[in-house]
Design a protein around this ligand. Structure first.
Ligand SMILES: [Zn+2]
Ligand SMILES: [Zn+2]
Length: 375
């Protein structure tokens, strides 16, 4: 069938909005009418050409929400009319990783997904007979897409697509890093580096679990108001403190009789390896955990003195907030619908598909927290 899509033909070029062909779902697959999709930094990372694993031509987009319109043979957990959020990290519940209950990094379709293909090694998208690649297994920059059943979270039907699409990446990544990866406890102190779309979701995750002190660090003073909107208690602009950042933060987080500073938890949401080191070293000795969320440039490496780890600091990373998508994403939708977390204020721009390149421009200019395309 013909569908409308924003196609990434080449790295570094704007997306082209055009009509492409989509084949129906095969065994274990589901066709979804995408109702809304966010534009995430990872789409930009790939489109820019910085992603060494980027494949072209492809249909980007991984932060969607929509409705099941057709199911292929063998699909048991979904039916036509179900509301769903696509999962770039699937949950098969059968592979060693899923069964381990120690990670959300399901391996069921990993190799083909990385090649921009469906699990049978082919693509459902084409243009005039030429293959177009899938992206992150989701390709939500098309008004219809096909995904494996295991890559769809079924969600409640009263939740608005143009808001819950953000749960498909940014919201879950930020809140999940707090709840699943760090397992932050009430009363904790935390520092969040980088107050973009992910950082703000880390902040509201920290508020959700009852952290006492939530410090936000950003070079842009305009982010102070944004952070406070979601629960940040202290703001630090490294350019304005007149001293080194790490000792400043350690001092700021001093608590208890021994007056040893450092946060119980720190979160890097910048992808900058210098900031990752600062985040680790701003942790409390003995137990502080630093969570790496940001995606670093290709080939970048992190460093610190081993002494930092020997004295009890823990360095961890997280992908998709450690969330098991089919299990955890519906719960996060409930949290939104119950008012426990906010999404609406973070969606600063709503665009039509024809305007999708404007969403990338707004991101480059730092003018948006999240732009959402509504089909
Ligand atoms: Zn994303
Ligand atoms: Zn699995």
């Amino acid at each position: 069938m013909d569908v409308r899509a924003a196609v990434a033909f080449e790295a570094g070029k704007p997306l082209e909005i055009t009509t492409v062909q989509l084949d129906g779902p095969k065994e274990g697959e589901v066709m979804v009418e995408v109702k809304a999709t966010g534009i995430c930094h990872t789409d930009e990372f790939t489109l820019s050409g910085a992603d060494p694993e980027g494949i072209f031509p492809s249909i980007l987009g991984h932060e969607g929400a929509g409705v099941v319109v057709e199911v292929g043979p063998g699909v048991t957990s979904l039916k036509t009319g179900d509301h769903v959020i696509p999962l770039y990290t699937p949950e098969c519940r059968q592979c060693p990783s899923c069964l381990s209950q120690k990670t959300n990094l399901c391996t069921a379709i990993r190799s083909t997904q990385g090649q921009g293909l469906m699990p049978d090694g082919t693509s459902r998208f084409s243009l005039n007979g030429e293959r177009l690649h899938h992206y992150m297994g989701t390709s939500t920059f098309a008004n219809f897409t096909v995904l494996p059943e295991i890559a769809l979270a079924k969600v409640r039907e009263d939740a608005p697509f143009d808001k819950i699409c953000y749960i498909g990446c940014g919201v879950t990544t930020g809140i999940g890093a707090v709840v699943n990866t760090a397992k932050v406890e009430p009363g904790a102190t935390a520092i969040v580096f980088g107050l973009g779309g992910i950082g703000l979701n880390v902040i509201q995750g920290l508020r959700l679990v009852g952290a006492d002190m939530i410090v936000g660090v950003d070079l842009n003073n305009a982010k102070k108001e944004w952070g406070e909107r979601f629960g940040m208690t202290h703001f630090v602009n490294p350019k304005e403190i007149g001293e080194e950042l790490v000792p400043y933060l350690v001092d700021l987080t001093k608590r208890g009789a021994d007056q040893i500073g450092g946060a119980d938890y720190t979160f890097d949401c910048t992808g900058n390896v210098t900031v990752m080191r600062q985040a680790l070293e701003a942790c409390h000795r003995g137990w502080g955990q630093s969570i790496v969320i940001g995606v670093a440039p290709a080939g970048a490496e992190i460093s610190t003195r081993p002494f930092q780890l020997v004295t009890g600091r823990v360095w961890k990373g997280t992908a998709f907030g450690g969330a098991r998508g089919r299990t955890d994403v519906p719960r996060i939708v409930d949290w939104y619908m119950d008012g426990k977390i906010e999404i609406d204020p973070m969606i600063t721009h709503t665009l039509a598909l024809d305007e999708i390149n404007k969403g990338f421009d707004l991101m480059h200019a730092g003018q948006s927290i999240r732009s959402v395309v509504v089909y």
